[in-house]
Structure formats: structure tokens, C-alpha cells
Design a protein around this ligand. Structure first.
Ligand code: CMC
Length: 432
């Protein structure tokens, strides 16, 4: 891991005044200039659209080194967790900071398993949606309503109630997600089965039909578990920052996670896996790949290669490396021969050797491959971002829990550079 540089303070000359700013260090990563006293000392704010240079909190959950392609959850490399852990164990790790021993894991798994059911009134919410409603809009709506079911447990000064809310969210997300899918296809809802573990239970709720038993392919379950591990957290990304911003107001955790889901929906974030599949289908044939690459390079076209590029990973996305292998394994073992995979592989090859993409360090990201795996598992395209949301809930609740105990906890309130009119007088309509 690269050593942080030795800077321990920075002096800024603002007019005739020199302001010395302390430099904070984490355990790993770049030093951060602490600027909180700047407005008081200089009358100036800082401007950083997209927060590309700004840390918004201290966090001990996840570390990313974008240049080196490193991703750690609580210090553990993603490669090791992907190989040997499970999603539920990773969820425990993110929430609690340490890997569980056997007893702690059994108790956590028991708690999650016994909070998977939904209040029957949720069915009424679902029935209110049109059959063709996008599952992400159903998910946001259903999550937004969740606090109304637990208004007796909303004392978030109580760590037990905070933990209960986190468990409920991790437990119920798959049940809600599967219910949204079944509403779309017109199937009767399935109750969560306590004799199945997390991923198998979800696949059962998604795909079991009244007319026949469902055999869950262990390769499908393994691939899904892996995808959930890889998507579980990614430090202060747009949706997690949204959860924290909403959380900073003291809003209840269900509202915070609903806001996180809404942020995840956008195609520049979690919506990218759905956008990748749509793009591959639009390209349609491997022989059209080069023209798609050319179009992505043409700024006038407004077209970008979905699943390429990352705000933080500027060399490679370690998750994409792991998932690429799994993608091939799934397609081989499930016997899926999908022409879109050929388009995907040609696109990957063409972009990786194209100067435009090489110079800008635009590599396939995790969503480039995850969509193909989801498709192979029979998960409809509209559900892809919902799948991401199930996994990311583990990270969101971990960040929300961490924020609630943060001694520097403050309402999030960015400033702006005002570009509107100077003061002017109101003119009554008759005189305009
Ligand atoms: N296709 C073509 N050109 C691109 C692409 C792309 N996918 N991504 C970036 N560029 C170009 C961009 O036009 C710019 O060119 P120039 O320097 O000539 O102006 C340069 O690369 C830098 O782009 P940027 O927009 O400043 O980069 P960013 O760090 O702000 O954006 C991104 C990161 C992920 C939003 C962007 O790469 C993108 O839109 N990718 C496609 C959507 C996607 O796959 N999103 C999923 C991200 S991974 C999942 C997650 O963690 O949420």
C-alpha cells in the first residue's frame, strides 16, 4: 500500500493573511487538509463540484485505493472475502467491524432469518402499483413506507433499536425485492422460508411457482452470493453519501435507505448494470462493436459506453477482475450461450486497446459483468439495480450505524457559489 505523504500542515495565503490548516491522516490513503476553519479565518468557502477532492467524514468501514485497484472491507482484501466468505458474514463484518466467531454468526443469521417477513399490509402497497411499474420505483416506495410499521422502535439513541433497524433492513430487502418482481410478472407472493439460507431463500422467493418445485442451481446461488459480496460496500459513493446526508438530519434509517436506493437508481451509479444490458442489446451484433466505440468517443453523440470508467478506479476495478472470471464460469456451467456475451467480450477487447479509453484509463467496471451474470440467472433487466440495492444495504446500514456514533456528527449542509441576480425590487404584474 502506498505511504501517505509526510505533509502535516498546509499554509494558505488569503490576501495578506496566511492561514495554517492542519492535515488529517487516516490509517491508509491520502492526507486530507482540514478546511473547516477557512470561512471564519478568510471569509472564503471551498468549491468542489462532485466532491472529487473532498472527504465528508471519517470512516473505518471500507478503503479504496483507486490507482492500485485495492478494495478492503474492514481491512480485509475483497479478493479474500470473495473467495472464502459469504454475503451474510460480510454484512456482519461491515456492521460490527470484526469477523464473527461461530456463535456470533449463528446468532446474526438467526436474527436476519427471523426478520425476513413483511407485514401483510405491504401487499396493499404493492397492489397500488401498475403491473409495469419499474421495480426500483416500487422498492423506493415500499422502503419509504417501512418506518410507518415500526414507529414504536424509532428511538435511535438506543443502540439496540439502531441494530434492530439495521437487521430488519438487511433481512427484508430480499423479501421486498422478490415481491416487486412477482408483482411485475403477476405471480402470487412467496413467504420467506426459514430453512433456507439468505441467497437461496431470495432465489426461492423470486422464482418458485405454485405449479412446481424449484431446484436452485448451486452455481447460481454461489454467483449471486459473490455479486452481493462485491457490491456490499464502496465507501462514500453517491448512494452511501446520500444515506449519510439524510442520516445527518436525524431521519429514520428506513427513510435513509430509501433515499440511498433512489440515488442508486441513476445510470451513472447503480443503474449502470441495467444500462449495460440495454446497450449490448442495442449494439446487437459483434460486428457493430467498433461503431459503438467510435460513437462513445464522439462527445457530440452524448453516448458513453455503459460499464466503462469509474470515478475512483483509474487503473482497474478489482471487483471487475473477480467477476469477469465468475461470469465465464456461470455461462459455462449453466450452459448459457448468450450472443450478448460475444458483443460484451468484443466491446471489452475493442475499448481496452483504443487510445481514447487507454489514455483516460476507462476500464470495464463491476457493472459491465454483473448484468451478464444476472441475465444468465434469469433475473429480468429491470431488477438488476434492485439486486445491487439488496447487496449495498449491508454497506448503507453499516455507514448509518457508524454515523450515529460519530462524535463529529453534524447535519450535512454544503454551501454554494451564488450565480443569480443581485438584489432587485419586486415589480407588480401590471407594470411588468
Ligand atoms: N464512455 C466514453 N467516455 C467516457 C466514459 C465512458 N463510459 N466515461 C468517461 N468518459 C470520458 C469523459 O467523456 C471524459 O472525457 P474528456 O476528458 O475528454 O472530457 C473522461 O472520460 C473523464 O470522464 P468523467 O466524466 O470526468 O469521469 P468521472 O470520474 O466523473 O465519471 C463515471 C465516472 C463512472 C460516471 C463515468 O465513467 C461514466 O459515466 N461511466 C459510464 C457509466 C457507468 O458505467 N457507471 C457505473 C460506475 S461503477 C458502479 C458504481 O460504483 O456505482
Amino acid at each position: 500500500m502506498s505511504e501517505p505523504s509526510a505533509i502535516d500542515q498546509v499554509t494558505l495565503n488569503a490576501g495578506d493573511k496566511a492561514v495554517t490548516l492542519p492535515v488529517a491522516r487516516g490509517t491508509l490513503g491520502a492526507p486530507c487538509i482540514e478546511i473547516a476553519k477557512l470561512p471564519k479565518e478568510t471569509g472564503c468557502f471551498t468549491y468542489d463540484p462532485g466532491f472529487t477532492a473532498t472527504a465528508a467524514c471519517r470512516s473505518a468501514i471500507t478503503y479504496i485505493d483507486g490507482d492500485a485497484g485495492v478494495l478492503l472491507y474492514r481491512g480485509y482484501p475483497i479478493e479474500q472475502l470473495a473467495k472464502d466468505s459469504s454475503f451474510l458474514e460480510v454484512a456482519y463484518l461491515l456492521m460490527n467491524g470484526e469477523l464473527p466467531d461461530k456463535q456470533a454468526f449463528t446468532s446474526f443469521e438467526h436474527d436476519v432469518t427471523h426478520h425476513t417477513m413483511l407485514h401483510e399490509a405491504f401487499k396493499g402497497f404493492l397492489d397500488g402499483f401498475r403491473h409495469d411499474a419499474h421495480p426500483m420505483s416500487m422498492l423506493v416506495g415500499m422502503l419509504g413506507s417501512m418506518a410507518s410499521f415500526y414507529h414504536n422502535d424509532l428511538d435511535y439513541d438506543d443502540p439496540q433499536q439502531r441494530r434492530l433497524a439495521a437487521i430488519r433492513l438487511i433481512a427484508k430487502l430480499p423479501t421486498i425485492a422478490a415481491a416487486c418482481h412477482r408483482h411485475s410478472v403477476g405471480w402470487p407472493l412467496r413467504y420467506p422460508r426459514n430453512n433456507l439460507e439468505y441467497v437461496n431463500r431470495f432465489l426461492h422467493m423470486m422464482f418458485e411457482v405454485p405449479s412446481g418445485p424449484l431446484e436452485i442451481n448451486p452455481v447460481a446461488a454461489k454467483a449471486l452470493d459473490l455479486l452481493f459480496i462485491l457490491h456490499a460496500d464502496h465507501e462514500q459513493n453517491a448512494s452511501t453519501s446520500t444515506v449519510r446526508l439524510v442520516g445527518s438530519t436525524g431521519a429514520n434509517p428506513y427513510a435513509c435507505i430509501a433515499a440511498g436506493v433512489a440515488a442508486l437508481w441513476g445510470p451513472a451509479h447503480g443503474g449502470a448494470n441495467e444500462a449495460v444490458l440495454k446497450m449490448l442489446a442495442e449494439i446487437g451484433d459483434a460486428k457493430h462493436v467498433q461503431s459503438a466505440v467510435d460513437r462513445a468517443k464522439d462527445k457530440e453523440s452524448g453516448f458513453r459506453l455503459m460499464g466503462f470508467g469509474h470515478r475512483v478506479y483509474k487503473n482497474f476495478d478489482p471487483r471487475a477482475k473477480i467477476i469477469r472470471e465468475m461470469c465465464h464460469q456461470v455461462l459455462e456451467e449453466l450452459g448459457v450461450n448468450d450472443p450478448l456475451l460475444e458483443v460484451a467480450m468484443k466491446l471489452e477487447e475493442a475499448a481496452l486497446k483504443d487510445d481514447y479509453f487507454v489514455q483516460r484509463k476507462l476500464y470495464p467496471n463491476v457493472d459491465f459483468y454483473s448484468g451478464i451474470i444476472y441475465k444468465a440467472l434469469g433475473i429480468p433487466t429491470e431488477m438488476f439495480t434492485v439486486m445491487f440495492a439488496i447487496a449495498r444495504t449491508a454497506g448503507w446500514v453499516a455507514h448509518w450505524l457508524e454515523q450515529q456514533e460519530d462524535p463529529e456528527f453534524k447535519i450535512g449542509r454544503p454551501r454554494q457559489i451564488y450565480t443569480g441576480h443581485d438584489v432587485r425590487d419586486y415589480v407588480p404584474v401590471a407594470k411588468r
